[in-house]
Design a protein around this ligand. Structure first.
Ligand SMILES: [Zn+2]
Length: 168
């Protein structure tokens, strides 16, 4: 159970909240329901559609955590669990410029990699191997953190999280 995706008034993904919290927001008319899960939630007095995606009625300004440093789950979510060297299933993160060669632990120097590529590259630069990067890494879009918070992305959320990188 992933919870409920909350969008800002501008449809920008903001957060994931527990279902009960989302129902309170719907009942208080602080949010409008965009997608229902298809299930009903019953309380003593009423039965309501269980929300899956809701949108705030009023815009809130949320500072985007630009300085959040990369972690494994975030990098894997940004790169859609795809090894940036061979296109296989990635389980690890690799420093493009190895830390032993002065590479930093920053978003533009970490990529998702499968164990084989990560182990094969060792402490070499990409140019010293026959490997090629699928694309230059960079800071993740905000929706990356939604995926990390939820653990998984229900199909009803997908249209609201699209930011082009899957079609890139
Ligand atoms: Zn690989």
């Amino acid at each position: 159970m992933a919870g409920v995706l909350v969008l800002n008034a501008t449809f920008e993904p903001l957060a994931v909240v527990p279902t009960r919290r989302a129902i309170c927001l719907v009942l208080a008319r602080k949010v409008e329901m965009l997608e229902a899960s298809g299930r009903l939630v019953r309380s003593e007095r009423l039965a309501v559609d269980e929300p899956s995606v809701v949108r705030l009625s009023r815009y809130v300004h949320v500072p985007y955590p630009k300085h959040r440093s990369p972690n494994r789950r975030g990098v894997l979510a940004r790169d859609v669990h795809t090894c940036q060297y061979c296109g296989g299933m990635a389980e690890t993160i690799d420093h493009v410029v190895p830390r032993s060669r002065g590479g930093c632990h920053t978003w533009d120097n970490v990529v998702a990699a499968c164990r084989r590529c990560n182990g094969g590259k060792r402490d070499r630069l990409v140019g010293e191997t026959t490997m090629r990067l699928a694309r230059q890494p960079g800071p993740p879009p905000p929706s990356t953190w939604i995926e990390v918070a939820a653990g998984s992305v229900p199909t009803t959320w997908a249209p609201y999280l699209l930011d082009g990188r899957r079609s890139a």
